[in-house]
Design a protein around this ligand. Structure first.
Ligand code: RFL
Length: 378
C-alpha cells in the first residue's frame, strides 16, 4: 500500500492499516523535522478524538490536549458566550497542536513497522496501475494508492472528475503569538474594520486571526500594528487587554473551498485536503481528514485482507455528503463573521442580515443547538 503525504490524513491512515497487518510505505516530500514543526490546526472535534483514541493514537493528545467547550462573539451589540458543551449533542473540542499530533503519529507508525520515505517528491500517479513516479524518475507501485498529499498535491490531478470551487473573497492574516491565551473561550470579534479571532493553542501559544484585504503582504503587518488592530477589533478598551508576545508565524490564508467529485479513481483514493479543501473558518479541515481516513482504512482492510472491494467502491459516495455538510457550515460561519465594507445600500442590507444572524444565535436555543451540533460535529 502506498500513501502519498505524511500529514494527519496519511499518518492516521498508515497507522490504521499497520494495525491490520497491511504493509505500508508513506512517501513525503518534506523532511521529518519540517512536518513535525508545521503549525496549522489545533481544534479536534469529538469524532476525531474518538477515532484517534479508538486506534491507540491518542496518548499525547489525552495527556497534553486541553478541552474547550465555549466560544464567544463580540460586536457593537456587546458580547455573548455559547457553552457548546452543554448544547446540541454536548460535544467539545480537544485542542492539541497539529505538529504535536503529527510527531506522535510518525513515531507510532514507525513503531508499528511502517516505512516513511522523507524528502521524496512524487511527480505523478498512475491510478490504474497503482503506481507513482518520483521526481527523480524512480517508480513505486502497490496494490492501492492513497493520495493524502494536501491541497497542492499531485494525486488529485489523477482523478478525473468535477471540481467544485468557491472563493469566499475573504483573507485572514493567520498569526501564532508566543503569549498565553487572553481568555478561556474562542473569541470571534465582528468589527467595521473586519473580523478578528482568538484561539488558545497551549499555555504559552495563542492563535490570532485578522481579516485583511486580498493580496496583503504579511510583512507589512509589524507586531505593533497587529496588536493595535487586534485590540481595536476585540474592543480591548471595554473587555480588557490582550496578553501580548512575539509573533512566531504570520501568513495570509485566502478563504477558499473546493470539493472533488468523485474522490476516487481506479486504485487511487483521496483523503484530507487532497479530496476537499475547506476554509479554516470553522476549523474543520483536519477533522474531515480523519473522518475520511477512518472510512478508507476500513474499506482498504476489507479489500486487502478479505478480498471484498464493496466498501472501497462506495468510499466517495460515503464521504461526500459529510464533506458537503461541513462545507455548508463553514460557509455559514464565513457569512456570520465577515460583514461587507462600505456604506451603500447593498452593504447595509448585508450587514443587517449578519446582525440578524448573530442575534438569532444569541437568543434562540434551537439555533444554538444547531450551531453546537455543526461546530463540533462532522
Ligand atoms: P497536509 O497536512 O497538507 O499534508 C499533506 C502532506 O503531503 C505532502 N506532499 C507531498 N509528498 C510527496 N510528494 C508530493 N508531491 C507531495 N505534495 C504534498 C506535504 O508535504 C504534506 O506533508 O494534508 P492532510 O493530511 O490532508 O491534513 C489536512 C490538514 O492539515 C488541514 O485540513 C488543517 O490544517 C486545516 N486547519 C484546521 N483544521 C482543523 O480541523 N482544525 C483547526 O483548528 C484548523 N486550523 C487549519 C487551521 C489550516 C490552516 N491553514 C494553514 C490553512 C488553521 C490554519 C491557519
Amino acid at each position: 500500500m502506498l500513501i502519498i503525504g505524511a500529514g494527519p490524513a496519511g499518518l492516521v491512515l498508515g497507522n490504521m492499516l499497520r494495525a491490520e497487518g497491511i504493509h505500508c510505505v508513506i512517501v513525503e516530500r518534506q523532511s521529518r523535522a519540517h512536518v513535525e514543526s508545521r503549525a496549522r490546526a489545533g481544534f479536534l472535534a469529538a469524532n476525531s478524538v474518538r477515532i484517534l483514541a479508538g486506534n491507540g493514537l491518542a496518548a499525547g493528545l489525552l495527556a497534553a490536549g486541553q478541552q474547550h467547550d465555549t466560544c464567544a462573539f463580540r460586536s457593537d451589540r456587546g458580547q455573548f458566550e455559547l457553552n457548546y458543551g452543554e448544547l446540541g449533542r454536548g460535544e467539545i473540542h480537544t485542542v492539541y497542536p497539529q505538529q504535536d499530533l503529527v510527531r506522535d503519529l510518525i513515531a507510532e507508525f514507525l513503531d508499528r513497522g511502517g516505512e516513511i520515505l522523507f524528502e521524496t517528491d512524487v511527480a505523478s500517479v498512475d491510478a490504474r496501475q497503482a503506481r507513482i513516479t518520483l521526481r527523480d524518475g524512480r517508480q513505486l507501485s502497490g496494490r492501492y494508492v492513497a493520495g493524502c498529499d494536501g491541497r497542492h498535491g499531485v494525486s488529485r490531478q489523477a482523478v478525473p472528475g468535477r471540481r467544485f470551487q468557491r472563493d469566499h473573497g475573504v483573507s485572514w492574516l493567520a498569526l501564532l503569538a508566543e503569549a498565553p491565551p487572553s481568555m478561556a473561550a474562542v473569541m470571534y470579534a465582528i468589527h467595521p474594520n473586519g473580523f478578528a479571532g482568538h484561539m488558545a493553542r497551549t499555555a504559552t501559544i495563542t492563535r490570532y486571526y485578522l481579516q485583511v484585504p486580498r493580496g496583503t503582504d504579511p510583512e507589512m503587518w509589524t507586531d505593533d500594528r497587529v496588536w493595535d488592530e487586534l485590540h481595536l477589533r476585540m474592543r480591548a478598551d471595554e473587555y480588557g487587554e490582550l496578553k501580548q508576545g512575539r509573533f512566531i508565524e504570520r501568513r495570509v490564508v485566502d478563504m477558499t473551498s473546493d470539493v472533488l467529485d468523485p474522490i476516487q479513481h481506479e486504485r487511487l483514493f483521496l483523503a484530507g485536503d487532497a479530496a476537499s479543501l475547506i476554509s479554516p473558518s470553522a476549523a474543520k479541515g483536519a477533522n474531515l481528514a480523519l473522518m475520511e481516513v477512518e472510512l478508507l482504512a476500513h474499506a482498504l482492510a476489507r479489500a486487502v485482507n478479505h478480498g471484498d472491494e464493496r466498501l472501497l467502491a462506495r468510499y466517495s459516495q460515503d464521504c461526500l455528503p459529510r464533506i458537503w455538510r461541513a462545507q455548508e457550515f463553514s460557509h455559514w460561519m464565513i457569512n456570520l463573521l465577515h460583514g461587507p465594507s462600505g456604506d451603500g445600500h447593498d452593504a447595509f442590507f448585508a450587514r443587517s442580515l449578519q446582525r440578524a444572524r448573530l442575534e438569532s444565535l444569541q437568543n434562540s436555543r434551537t439555533h444554538q443547538d444547531f450551531f453546537a451540533e455543526n461546530y463540533v460535529g462532522i
